[in-house]
Structures are given as structure tokens and as C-alpha cells.
Design a protein around this ligand. Structure first.
Ligand code: SF4
Length: 328
């Protein structure tokens, strides 16, 4: 039986951090065996939050190096830029006719973006974000999309657009699947200050951080504020460093919990243990990263190759769309 198709994408914002890894990338590396995976670089979507394009290319390369270093295998799962497959914009135009402005204005993530990013003048592109996302998925006839819970409303819009197109133009046989959202299981990894890990908050640990950088960053991480001296009893359940241990040091978790509570373990020692485990985890990623950094031609050819594969599929889908619509 043919494998189901899965579409995953990220906006190219440069080097990735552990929050990106735990929230998405780790899952993608697992899914690439089970599904026929496609990895999209959303270099048009990124314009909704930053109109400056000077860094998009470099940010794309940095992000793709992190994808590869983290274990994405491009021969199994093509990596490609949204902007280089012109069918994305073509289908976007057609899909824009199939959904009302009122429906897009009801999209809860739009309201959140307006609030979080303090957007005063909403653009047509912002409103149409989920329409372009529907194109990213349906152009490749994705069956499944890995998402956080907050992205489920976008999948619902994709399903509605697919249904609308099928009902309107495909009386004989529908051409678009109605994709399912696959929720990413692991909770978000917080940043060094306890907030959401984000570059804009300056609280990240990058996948490319060398051991001395990680050690230094961890030393400043927030812990239980009531544990001031080494012998004070601590509360691991509210401690950020303990959350990191859960992910990167599960073998010692029980011992750390007991010794933190009893006061036998101090935060300095606990952080040293944590950064050692984190560095152990990051070591192979950093090693692979260096290999790609030293061979940028290889990275570019991986992207070009992925774009050829993606384009071939996109062209077939657009041909079908034109036939169904009796256009061209
Ligand atoms: S000992 Fe470790 S788990 Fe306990 S409060 Fe300190 S850093 Fe957190």
C-alpha cells in the first residue's frame, strides 16, 4: 500500500533552537519513515511578519543546515522553497475565490497574531495566510499535517477549501483529499527564562551552540526561587532545569528529583549535569552541521533537487485543476 503523504513547513528565520527541535523537527525526523514526507520552506509566509527580504536566503540556508543536521533525509523527503514552485501562487489565486472574507476573519489565529504582533494594518496577505497554507498542503495532496493544537483551525480551513473545490468542479471524482491534523505530542520546551523559547525573547539554546556556550547559558537559567542555598529543599515541579532534565536526562530523573527535594543536590551541580547531557545530545547535530557548513554547494543542490521533485508533483496537480475547471 502506498504511504500516506505528510506536509511539514517552517518559515525561514535562520538558525533553529531546541524549542523548534522539540516542538517540530524531532517529530518530522520520526515521521519521514512512516509517511512520504515533504518539507516546505515557507519563504512567502515569512513576509507576513517581516517585509524585509535581505536575510531570507541566508536564513533559509541556516535553517536547512539545521534540518539536515537534525536528521532529515532529503532523498526520502524533499526539501523545497515555496517561492520556487510557481504553482503555489497560481493555486492560491483560485483558492482565494472559494472562501469568504468573513470566514477568514473568524480564524482565531488571525486574532492572536493581530494581538501578539501588535498589527495595526492588517494586510490581505495576513488574512489569506491559511489559504496559502491550504495550497502548500493540497498542491501535494497531503493526507496528514503535523501541527500544534493552535494550528488546527488552519487545517479546518484547508479541509473546507478542498471540499468546496471538489463539490464545485469534480462531480465525477474529487481530486483533493481532506487532510488530517496530527498533533505534535511533546509540550513546548520553555526558554532559559521560563517563557516560550523564542529568538525575539533572547532565551534560546541553539542546535548549533557549542558546549561552552550551553554551559554559560544554563548557568543563568531560572530555577526554584525558594532554593537559595545548596541545602535548601527544592521543588523540581516548578523548576525549568528539571524540565530540561526530563527531555535530555530521563535516566537520572528520579535521583535528581529526590536529591533536589531533600537538599542533597544544589542547583549549580544540577545545572552542570543538565548541560553535560544537553551537550551530549547536541554533539552529533553540531558535527553534522559542520559538515554541511563546509559544503554549501551540497546544501544548495539538496534544495534544488527537492524543488525539482516538488515541481513535478505541483505541475501534475495544476494540470488536473485546469482540466476540472475546464480552463486552458
Ligand atoms: S536542584 Fe535542580 S531541579 Fe532542583 S531547583 Fe535546583 S536546578 Fe531545579
Amino acid at each position: 500500500m502506498a504511504k500516506k503523504r505528510i506536509l511539514s513547513g517552517m518559515r525561514p528565520t535562520g538558525k533553529l533552537h531546541l524549542g523548534n527541535y522539540v516542538g517540530a523537527l524531532e517529530n518530522w525526523t520520526k515521521l519521514q519513515d512512516e509517511y512520504q514526507s515533504f518539507h516546505l520552506i515557507a519563504d512567502y509566509h515569512v513576509l507576513t511578519t517581516d517585509l524585509s527580504t535581505d536575510e531570507i536566503y541566508n536564513n533559509t540556508i541556516e535553517m536547512v543546515i539545521d534540518w539536515l543536521a537534525a536528521g532529515l533525509e532529503p532523498e526520502k523527503a524533499p526539501i523545497f522553497r515555496q517561492s520556487q514552485i510557481k504553482e503555489h501562487t497560481e493555486l492560491f489565486l483560485i483558492f482565494s475565490m472559494l472562501i469568504t472574507k468573513a470566514r477568514l476573519e473568524r480564524n482565531p489565529t488571525l486574532k492572536e497574531q493581530v494581538r501578539d504582533l501588535n498589527i495595526e494594518n492588517l494586510t490581505y496577505g495576513h488574512l489569506g495566510y491559511p489559504v496559502l497554507q491550504a495550497v502548500d498542503i493540497l498542491l501535494y495532496k497531503g493526507d496528514v499535517v503535523p501541527v500544534g493544537e493552535d494550528q488546527l483551525p488552519h487545517i479546518e480551513i484547508t479541509r473546507e477549501i478542498a471540499r468546496r473545490f471538489n463539490n464545485q468542479y469534480c462531480s465525477d471524482e474529487p481530486i483533493f483529499p481532506e487532510p488530517e491534523g496530527k498533533i505534535t505530542q511533546f509540550a513546548r520546551l520553555p526558554g532559559l527564562d521560563g517563557n516560550r523559547m523564542s529568538k525575539s525573547l533572547g532565551n534560546t539554546i541553539f542546535l548549533s551552540d557549542e558546549p561552552d556556550v550551553v554551559n554559560q547559558k544554563l548557568r543563568k537559567a531560572v530555577t526554584d526561587p525558594q532554593k537559595v542555598r545548596k541545602n535548601d529543599p527544592g521543588r523540581p515541579e516548578i523548576c525549568l532545569v528539571f524540565t530540561y532534565h526530563k527531555k535530555f536526562n530521563p535516566e537520572e530523573l528520579g535521583e535528581i528529583e529526590t536529591n533536589c527535594r531533600s537538599g542533597a543536590l544544589g542547583c549549580v551541580e544540577c545545572k552542570t549535569k543538565c548541560s553535560a547531557k544537553m551537550n551530549q545530545f547536541l554533539a552529533p547535530i553540531i558535527e553534522r552541521r559542520k559538515k554541511y557548513e563546509a559544503n554549501l554547494d551540497l546544501v544548495k543542490s539538496i534544495i534544488n533537487d527537492g524543488e525539482q521533485k516538488a515541481r513535478a508533483i505541483a505541475e501534475v496537480t495544476m494540470k488536473e485543476v485546469h482540466q476540472k475547471m475546464k480552463i486552458g
